[in-house]
Write a protein that binds this ligand. Structure first.
Ligand code: SF4
Ligand code: SF4
Length: 512
């Protein structure tokens, strides 16, 4: 996780806990951890090659909008002074880096990596030049347009088949961004996931932290979960998965997952429950179409955005077959699916078998899904399907559970202050929630983290795909008002709700 996301909420308040740290204590890492750690390494060892990677490096590899400082920062490769930055999942580039270092060779030209140079002549001739850091960081209309243009070029080059080499100048330096690494084959993915992992935190965390708690809390969530896929062709504007794992689906084999599940049953703490079989999107186990496998991702076309691509293949049979095999393994009592389910993909499936089996075997009382917003205009901007698809799914879910004789709930997640959403759209969502009788306990605020399309919209006020202006709620007050509307029934929100409705030009008692 990015150190700033770990430390601060979407409203820039310091978090009191960090699930990835000893005892869940906050503040064990520095902010902008990569930069600090690289400086410390350089202090101790002057001549080593420093390789950075992981989500913080990956999503900050280009000049990026940094919400916490409200500035555009240059590539973290320059700020950290590391030698090379590995982006994406990293297994292939890290092997190549190790081989090259062992052979005493240079580190340029490795797919899935970025390197830096102070000489313009080093930049490969085939590299497309992005707008410079100076261009994209200017807080002018032109600067914001350049940022949006740069984002679009990055997006169009994020596919391992169709993406090219890019270069970004920053002062006298250049960051050269090599083509994305090839996705892992199923055999390679199986091999990576079946390495002999310890499945426990480092023994040093057995001792109590200063808050008296032991271990790393985040491990509990994943200890008995199976990673079955990587990548997502979903294209949600507020998600940066395509910039990290890519739009191509990489799936593990059934055999490998069965081996891992069988091994889990021998774990001393295993109680018979596999908590998840998924990845970024649990029910995407197959490529979106045959063409993507052969010719790569389509630029300017979403597989499953506001409108599904006519070539999208919808098929849950492989996932159903996998879940069936896992739930009959001796020692396994239940197999749950906790990773996100794309309900619009479920609704496109003519065969109701997946929804039926999901409800019958894989939901533990409530299924969390993410319609995110109610306004179709905002959903389209966020590249999500119409809210009517969510309504249809909710009805199908309720009916399926009724037929099965199960009392299971659907818990929808909504995000306040998404780009495109003003107080009117938040009020529209509140009215919908009032009518359906469900008011969420928790509402997420849009978090403009590096690398997403929505963050580009938030910063520039532009949709890079159309060049059209996009409204974004930026001030703390409006964000509070939008959140209060989505939780209009909380007594402590009453004054905020009245203020929000009045500001939206609506009757102050609309939600009474
Ligand atoms: S479906 Fe989930 S993982 Fe995929 S792009 Fe949308 S939010 Fe991201
Ligand atoms: S043809 Fe459609 S489904 Fe296939 S990769 Fe392109 S956008 Fe996705």
């Amino acid at each position: 996780m990015d150190s700033l996301v770990a430390h601060y909420t979407a409203n820039k308040k310091r978090r009191s806990q960090d699930a990835y740290s000893h005892g869940g204590e906050a503040g064990c890492r520095p902010d902008r951890a990569i930069i600090t750690y690289c400086a410390k390494i350089r202090e101790a060892w002057k001549d080593v090659s420093i390789i950075i990677g992981g989500i913080e490096a990956s999503l900050r590899r280009y000049a990026h909008y940094d919400y916490w400082s409200d500035t555009v920062r240059r590539s973290v490769l320059l700020d950290s002074k590391a030698d090379i930055l590995v982006y994406g999942m990293g297994e292939k580039p890290i092997l190549e880096i190790a081989q090259r270092l062992a052979a005493g060779e240079g580190l340029r030209g490795i797919r899935g990596a970025c390197w830096r140079t102070g000489k313009a002549g080093d930049v490969p001739a085939e590299a497309a030049l992005l707008p410079s850091f100076e261009d994209v960081s200017a807080r002018t209309e032109e600067g914001k347009a350049a940022f949006a243009r740069s984002y679009l070029i990055q997006e169009q080059n994020a596919c391992p088949v169709t993406g090219g080499v890019l270069a970004e100048r920053s002062g006298s330096q250049f960051v050269v961004h090599e083509r994305p690494a090839e996705p892992l084959t199923t055999a390679e993915f199986d091999q990576v996931m079946e390495l002999p992992y310890a499945r426990r935190w480092h023994p040093r965390y057995d001792a109590p932290a200063s808050n008296g708690k032991r271990g790393i809390p985040a491990l509990q969530e994943v200890l008995f979960s199976l990673v079955s896929v990587r990548g997502c062709f979903g294209s949600c504007a507020f998600c940066a998965i395509a910039f990290h794992q890519g739009r191509r689906i990489q799936a593990r084999s059934h055999k490998s997952l069965i081996r891992e599940a069988t091994a889990l049953t021998k774990h001393p703490d295993f109680k018979g429950y596999i908590h998840d079989v998924g990845g970024p999107t649990a029910n995407f186990r197959l490529p979106p179409c045959e063409k993507q496998e052969r010719a790569g991702c389509c630029a300017g076309q979403d597989c499953l955005g506001a409108t599904p691509c006519p070539s999208l293949t919808v098929d849950h049979r492989d996932y159903i077959a996998l879940l069936r095999k896992l739930r009959v393994i001796p020692g396994v009592k239940k197999v749950f699916v906790r990773s996100g389910i794309r309900f619009d993909y479920v609704m496109l499936d003519k065969d109701p078998a997946f929804l039926r089996e999901l409800c019958e075997y894989h939901v533990s009382g409530q299924l969390k899904v993410a319609p995110e917003q109610v306004s179709d205009r905002v959903l389209a901007l966020m590249r999500k399907s119409s809210h009517t698809v969510y309504d249809a799914f909710a009805a199908a879910y309720a009916k399926t559970n009724r037929v099965l004789g199960k009392k299971q709930y659907l818990v929808p997640y909504y995000i306040a202050s998404l780009p495109g959403a003003g107080l009117r759209e938040a009020a529209e969502a509140a009215l919908y929630l009032k009518e359906t009788g469900f008011v969420p306990d928790q509402v997420q605020d849009f978090y403009p983290t590096p690398g997403s399309l929505a963050t580009c919209m938030y910063y520039t006020g532009l949709d890079p795909h159309t060049g059209k202006a996009v409204y974004a709620a930026r001030g703390e007050r409006e964000r509070r008002l939008q959140r209060a509307l989505l939780q209009f029934n909380k007594p402590e929100n009453a004054a905020l709700v009245r203020e929000a409705l009045t500001k939206a030009g609506l009757p102050a008692d609309l939600l009474k």
